[in-house]
Design a protein around this ligand. Structure first.
Ligand SMILES: Cc1cc2nc3c(=O)[nH]c(=O)nc-3n(C[C@H](O)[C@H](O)[C@H](O)COP(=O)(O)O)c2cc1C
Length: 167
């Protein structure tokens, strides 16, 4: 495990978000992971923040509301396309996605939510703000194209960021 500055791999995170997505993991006793293709790293309140958009219908949404923390794991060039496809289409309400995909949860450093061993870059985040998309404030064309299942934007302060090597 090698700690790295939160902004060392901004370009790679952007590429993974655009091509295939990244893993958003939640939960303590019952853990779950899903895929996001939107969001990213920003600065708010002088802190590095990972913003993750989670639609209210996702199982992940209900877990995040309870725990207020998450990890983000990035494949970093490793081919996890099968795992991303499964975790990005099946719900943790119906499947244990770690088991189904042979993904290994590993204890995180600063929070109780695990990271995914098979990925090589990880962010541990604590939710410091959340905001539901407000339809009245949204561009009409975007609203018609993407909704009615609105996102909540979770702003997770990045507590630590590190690289791991899969064995
Ligand atoms: C490439 C990709 C990107 C996705 N991006 C998002 C996203 O940004 N927000 C979201 O709520 N769902 C997104 N999804 C869908 C969820 O990952 C999917 O609905 C998942 O099954 C939810 O799992 P859960 O019910 O266990 O939380 C994406 C799926 C894929 C394949």
């Amino acid at each position: 495990m090698k700690e790295v500055p939160y902004n060392q791999y901004l370009k790679e995170v952007d590429q993974h978000l655009r091509r295939g997505g990244i893993f958003l993991t939640t939960g303590h006793d019952k853990i779950n992971t899903m895929v996001i293709g939107w969001g990213g790293i920003n600065i708010y309140w002088g802190k590095p923040i990972f913003i993750v958009p989670v639609r209210k219908s996702r199982y992940t949404h209900s877990i995040l509301e309870e725990t207020g923390e998450f990890t983000v794991s990035i494949p970093m060039g490793k081919n996890l396309s099968k795992e991303l496809a499964f975790c990005g289409t099946k719900s943790g309400r119906d499947y244990d996605k770690f088991k189904e995909c042979n993904l290994t949860p590993v204890a995180a450093q600063k929070i109780k939510t695990p990271i995914i061993k098979e990925c090589c870059l990880h962010y541990e985040c604590k939710v410091v703000y959340k905001q539901d998309i407000i339809p009245e404030n949204l561009d009409k064309a975007i609203d018609e194209k993407w909704y009615p299942d609105y996102h909540t934007l979770y702003f997770g302060e990045i507590l630590t960021c590190y690289e791991t090597r899969d064995s």
